[in-house]
Write a protein that binds this ligand. Sequence first.
Ligand SMILES: [Zn+2]
Length: 300
Amino acid sequence: VTSGDGTNVQPDVICPLCGGRGASTRFALSDLPVRECGCGMVFLYPHPDAAELVEMYGPGYFKGWGGGGDEDAAARAVKQLTFSSQLALLAGTVEPGRVLDVGCATGYFMEVAAAAGWEAYGVEVSEFAASVAAISFGDRVFQGTLEQAAYPDRHFDLVMLSDLLEHIPEPLPFLREVRRVLAPTGVLMIVTPDVGSLSARIMGRRWSHYHREHLHYFSAQTIDRLLGNCGFTVPSIAAAPKHLNMAYVAAQLRLHRHPVLTPLAELADRLLPAFLKKWSLPLRCGQMLVLASPSAERRA
Ligand SMILES: [Zn+2]
């Protein structure tokens, strides 16, 4: 296995962005090869099949980051800070109307959007997470895929894809479906790992966003091209900071125990005053935030 210098060309691998053959192998993620095409697209091939993906997104997947589990309060607080700062970026661009969160998980973004005056809808493949979100939002949560939800044309003023696009097996048809359900004056907001980010370049194969359920790794350049192919223009791509605080870090370390860090975090959790534990910092974690709108020529 060699890095992406073209010395290990795989003619049978087809690039999901340009359709070209001959992507090289960057490295293997346990047993899954990370490929890089000459066009810059980075992706897993082969990737886990549909049955394996369904298995992966069981209740443990959501409880693993705090959603709907024992550490729900800590996770909700920091994730909602991140979501409200993202939603605030749209002030003056699009008025609150119908918003669809695809991959809504247990509904944290929907809660933030509803509080900001939006009529919030969610799509979620996980039965567990969808059932938690439905406690607050009832039949505005659809359990299944976006395609299965079959929303009317031009139905939403905002579509949110937060930590979602990298999980989608076929991003082109998926984004064309997003384009169909989005109003001509609507906005698409995407938050996804940026494989061209400084952290990705520094960390190499140890970059924290390489996972077997992350099937595609976009950069500013490849996501711009992908969105262009799906009927969008991209007015803005920027780094997407995530809010983190001590209460959330401690909660994560209770869920994923570490021999040294977990006792340290528990000590800090006992000693620090509550206001300090909840004091949050926006940190750059190698993710980008993309704003896109439907291209004029496809409106007719
Ligand atoms: Zn390509």
